[in-house]
Ligand binder design. Structure first.
Ligand SMILES: Nc1ncnc2c1ncn2[C@@H]1O[C@H](COP(=O)(O)OP(=O)(O)O)[C@@H](O)[C@H]1O
Ligand SMILES: [Mg+2]
Length: 376
């Protein structure tokens, strides 16, 4: 089966790796010469809106999917006329705009931070009255890894914040005082079967995910599954999706959804029988979904800006390094390391995770790890 992917980054790369055992071939539409997925299939190097991109993909692929939410919706809509495209353009439209996303969550009875739309400095002043301070001003579209966001703590910061993001449409969100951040990843196939992954507990620094911990039998697993099920069923979603959640103690508030495989699901490559990538491919090909349950507790540490010494990582038992082959740049995700426990009573497991955090300069997260619901 031939799978066309819009986007050629690490998510496309890991989808293609997962597809090898499913007898799938891949083509990637990616304008970048150095797209890191390119060695895993056919690289259609065109700007997304170049008519050749659509034409060549449509001639080649049986099914089309995408790996990030800033893909132009018109391209997905046009492909949908001629090929099965999963997730749909409807899901993409929803997930590519923070305002649509939040309205949808609220319509489904799912809580979010308080929010207001901002299209001018005057709107921002009104929004602050509604939402309160501290708050976060975010661009509605194209934000990732904390980009396109400004934290507001007092009135004097409004003008500079608006200047730094304007003139694009924005949203102001109240700053949520969460107990922890988790995400739920699930895959839904064309028949409507859903497979849920165990919750991941997530730690960000400078707006970038640093550490994800797979949780076994978390008391809030079912509550999170209900949230993602509602969202998936509302849009007839097909593929893997992630919903980021703020745990407020007595309830969840939804942060955002990703209509794709997600960084907080990378632990599943080593911690679950079937990874989020494999289940995404099975879902879009309408095949039975495979086992998502946790095999061994797994921690995922992102490699931001640099790959550590591979020989040192190799000395850590049950640590697997994924190098995306990207040119290292500050703040850029260039790989990740999954560290798994060897059975339920592996006393070296937490020390191994600590070694990796230490190696990548994230010592500050060691304290978080020891306080987390993962470390019990
Ligand atoms: N309203 C909020 N209250 C508290 N923290 C927030 C809020 N919005 C974002 N954050 C923090 O910033 C991180 C990145 O923000 P997010 O909206 O998920 O953007 P991105 O698209 O870059 O992932 C979140 O995971 C969370 O840690
Ligand atoms: Mg996010």
């Amino acid at each position: 089966m031939k799978i066309g992917i819009l986007g050629g980054g690490q998510l496309a790369q890991m989808l293609a790796q997962a597809g090898e055992s499913l007898d799938m071939q891949f083509a990637f539409v990616a304008p970048e010469q150095d797209a890191c997925a390119a060695p895993y299939g056919k690289h259609l190097m065109y700007p997304y809106l170049d008519p050749k991109a659509k034409e060549e993909l449509e001639n080649w692929a049986d099914i089309v999917t995408y790996e990030f939410e800033s893909i132009p919706v018109p391209l997905v809509e046009a492909l949908e006329q001629v090929k099965p495209v999963h997730p749909s353009s409807q899901a993409l439209t929803l997930a590519s705009d923070r305002l649509n996303e939040k309205n949808m969550f609220n319509q489904q009875g799912i809580e979010t931070a308080k929010f207001a739309t901002v299209d001018s400095l005057q709107d921002l002043q009104i929004a602050v009255e509604k939402v309160g301070l501290p708050a976060i001003l975010k661009t509605r579209r194209d934000g990732y890894d904390g980009k396109g966001q400004v934290v507001l703590r007092d009135q004097s910061q409004l003008e500079a914040a608006w200047e730094s993001l304007s003139p694009v449409a924005c949203i102001l969100e109240s700053m949520v005082n969460f107990k922890r951040e988790v995400s739920i990843v699930a895959s839904r196939n064309v028949d409507g079967d859903i497979a849920y992954y165990p919750l991941a507990e997530n730690y960000h620094r400078e707006g970038i995910l640093r550490l994800s911990l797979s949780l076994q039998n978390d008391p809030k697993q079912k509550e999170a599954e209900e949230i993602i099920r509602k969202v998936m069923e509302k849009v007839g979603y097909v593929g893997t999706m992630a919903v980021e959640l703020f745990d407020l103690g007595d309830k969840f508030a939804a942060n955002e959804l990703s209509p794709r495989v997600h960084n907080s699901g990378h632990w599943s490559m080593d911690g679950a029988i079937a990874s989020q990538f494999k289940n995404h491919l099975l879902a879009i090909a309408n095949q039975p979904l495979q086992d998502t349950s946790l095999q061994n507790a797994t921690a995922m540490v992102n490699l931001i800006g640099a790959i550590p010494d591979k020989d040192l990582v190799a000395e850590i038992p049950n640590a697997v390094l994924y190098d995306y082959g990207k040119e290292p740049k500050p703040g850029r995700k260039v790989g990740h390391i999954n560290i798994s426990a060897d059975g339920d009573n592996d006393e070296d497991f937490i020390p191994n995770v600590i070694k990796v955090l230490d190696m990548v300069g994230q010592q500050e997260l060691i304290g978080e790890l020891l306080k987390s619901s993962f470390y019990k």
